[in-house]
Design a protein around this ligand. Structure first.
Ligand SMILES: C[S@@+](CC[C@H](N)C(=O)[O-])C[C@H]1O[C@@H](n2cnc3c(N)ncnc32)[C@H](O)[C@@H]1O
Length: 224
């Protein structure tokens, strides 16, 4: 239960409304992710959860989930997500009954996001962990992942260099975009062909582009 001052139009007033709305959506849909969003609104007032869960972000992740199922089926047991932010994609995968995922963990370099991701995914118990780490400093062999996901490729300087750390034969799902005007996007790509060339995957099961209002999202599913 949130306790807020009742001054009209205050940020606290807005947050109280957002919390009630998210709880209503959770009750209506039965979604543990929606339940998690409500908990994040209550406990992490500084988290930019509305940005992370806006309709474009959700659209890109529904696209990822559907194309993953089309390409791979239900076969992935252990999933790791790099640059995982608030852990929304792991939650979307863990609550999708088409998949049979044992664990979906999220790694992010920003220490502020792990507590939020843990709150968001609390309903999944031990099937989710949020870890603060630089994706370039991980021992990928010891992670023993069936699937490595990075939907933040626009945030990493050298995609080929990072993919070189992942054991040969590992299945990957990668997203980037051509949203060059966002200052934190240090590594956008102008086209799907360029993304494919930079990734240099050994096998590509899916390559596609999803036009959004002011940018296009690109996705590759395949094997390193
Ligand atoms: C804005 S968010 C995610 C955007 C992306 N389109 C998405 O929703 O999947 C990008 C995340 O990548 C993380 N990140 C950037 N560089 C990283 C690195 N070297 N290792 C791990 N996480 C990193 C940032 O901290 C941030 O949380």
């Amino acid at each position: 239960m949130m306790h807020a001052s009742r001054s009209p139009h205050s940020a606290e007033d807005w947050r109280e409304n957002a919390y009630d709305l998210a709880r209503g959506l959770a009750a209506y849909s039965g979604s543990r992710l929606a339940e998690g969003i409500a908990r994040v609104i209550a406990r992490h007032p500084d988290a930019k959860i509305a940005n992370a869960f806006n309709h474009k972000q959700v659209g890109c992740k529904i696209w990822a989930r559907d194309k993953l199922f089309d390409s791979v089926g239900a076969s992935c047991r252990r999933v790791v997500v790099l640059g995982g932010w608030y852990g929304i994609l792991p939650a979307m995968l863990l609550e999708d009954p088409r998949f049979d995922i044992e664990a979906a963990d999220s790694y992010d370099i920003d220490p502020a996001v792990a507590p939020v991701a843990s709150t968001l995914n609390a309903a999944f118990g031990d099937r989710f962990h949020a870890v603060t780490a630089d994706m370039h400093a991980l021992d990928y062999r010891s992670l023993n992942a069936d699937l490595v996901i990075n939907t933040s490729c626009e945030h990493i300087a050298d995609l080929g260099n990072w993919l070189g750390l992942i054991p040969t034969g590992t299945r990957v799902l990668l997203q980037s975009n051509n949203y060059f005007s966002e200052p934190t996007h240090i590594s956008c790509v102008p086209s799907l062909d360029e993304f494919r060339a930079r990734a240099g995957l050994a096998r590509v099961d899916f390559a596609g582009a999803l036009p959004m209002n002011n940018y296009t999202r690109f996705m590759l599913i395949g094997t390193v």
